[in-house]
Ligand binder design. Structure first.
Ligand code: PLP
Length: 400
């Protein structure tokens, strides 16, 4: 019998991180690899946030904090919830975590009993189903095709709910597709949820500030406030303030759930990094103009990469409304042969081919539970994106 616990047997490693690691190995071998696989901005953390961290260190804010997070940060999150979404939360309704990922983990560990189901619309972020499995639940993956904008329909939601359903995961703008739910779409999903009062909603708003379409971002609570007693809002500073390595996320929700999440955290990491928490206070309360700068840059890059990839015969991609990802269909390339004689039968074969042949790292749709696609992260400079698109085009052209 293996020494490793049985609960890990069905857990897949994050494909996004695996691809980034493979690209790093090739780079160390001296190859000129362009990695568009990592879900993180290429910008530095803004200077005023870095300075806040230095001040925190010098002021001795280097000790354990409350499991829930330092009060100034929870107050800042509460103020942001009010200002951005018109949602009322007090500091005791907020839990600060080591990244949004840990907020999701804590919420599921605190609530899922064996056999409890979580509805996960796919394509979805690689970690959702794995976190559900790790914490003892059962992910119910619902495939949302490109024709439906990669979004869950009310009929699909209705059909996926059973007496064991505990949570619905919503992620808008979405990783990996960039799809953004409109207020009308959220309202229609809310109508279904009204009929199923046992189902809670976890809305992952981490890309909420990175929306490029005409309709501004809204989460389901802004459309249907009555869901607040059974909704957990998850967010963080990683993506919007370019702070992925600082590891600060947070969740706002009903106090009983937040308390249970704090209990989990108190017996695991204890608290998110103290210095990073004070840096996050500055991120949320300081100068916000950096967000516009980043959003403008991402929008320009989105237009550029989508245009470039659409010119490659065999690839198809829709203009994403948010986040910094494009989800590209490579369906037309299936069945073609690589110069070394391999017949491509899935995105899982096409993506390594791109890395070996073109030295471009992307992530296969298999990891996001919707194939045959691949995800391009366009959080990279225009020059790099241009070179990546040229290489992808050459690699596709070389297929027979
Ligand atoms: N949620 C989504 C949809 C993501 O794409 C990511 C990161 O890729 C996270 C959450 C995790 O964010 P954090 O770095 O704050 O843990």
């Amino acid at each position: 019998m293996s020494f490793i616990a049985g609960r890990l047997s069905a857990i897949a490693p994050a494909e996004t991180m695996e691809m980034a690691a493979k690209a790093a190995v090739l780079r160390r071998q001296g190859l000129d690899v362009i990695s568009l696989s990592q879900g993180e901005p290429d910008f530095d953390t803004p200077e005023h946030i870095q300075q806040a961290a230095l001040r925190a260190m010098r002021d001795g804010k280097t000790r354990y904090t409350e499991a829930a997070g330092v009060l100034p940060l929870r107050e800042a999150v509460a103020a942001k919830m009010q200002a951005d979404h018109g949602l009322a939360y007090g500091p005791d309704d907020i839990s600060v975590t080591a990244g949004a990922k840990q907020a999701i983990f804590n919420a599921f560990l605190a609530t899922l009993n064996p056999g409890d189901e979580v509805v996960v619309p796919a394509p979805c972020w690689v970690s959702y189903p794995e976190i559900v499995k790790l914490t003892g639940g059962t992910p119910i993956v619902v495939e949302c095709p490109r024709e439906a904008g990669f979004k869950l329909t009310p009929a699909q939601l209705e059909a996926s709910i059973t007496p064991r359903t505990k949570w619905l995961m919503l992620n808008s703008p979405s990783n990996p597709t960039g799809a953004v739910y409109s207020r009308a779409e959220l309202g229609a999903l809310g109508d279904v949820l009204r009929r199923h009062p046992q189902v809670w909603v976890l809305t992952d708003d981490i890309y909420g500030k990175l929306v490029y379409g005409s309709e501004p971002f809204a989460n389901i609570l802004q459309v249907l406030a009555e869901l607040q007693p059974r909704t957990l809002v998850v967010n963080g500073v990683s993506k919007v303030y370019c702070m992925t390595g600082w590891r600060i996320g947070y969740a706002a929700g009903p106090r009983e759930l937040i308390k249970a999440m704090n209990l989990v955290q108190g017996q695991s990491t204890n608290n998110a990094n103290a210095i990073a928490q004070f840096a996050a206070v500055e991120a949320l309360t300081g100068d916000q103009s950096c967000i516009d700068t980043f959003r403008f840059a991402f929008r320009e890059r989105r237009d550029f990469i989508v245009d470039a990839l659409r010119k490659v015969p065999g690839l198809e991609v829709d203009l994403p409304d948010g986040a910094f990802y494009a989800y590209v269909s490579c369906r037309a390339l299936m069945g073609r042969q690589t110069p070394s004689g391999q017949t491509l039968s899935s995105d899982r074969e096409f993506v390594p081919y791109l890395l070996d042949e073109a030295q471009v790292g992307v992530v296969s749709g298999t990891g996001f539970l919707h194939s045959p696609y691949f995800r391009v992260s366009y959080a990279a400079g225009i020059a790099q994106l241009g070179e990546a698109a040229r290489r992808i085009a050459r690699a596709v052209e070389a297929l027979r």
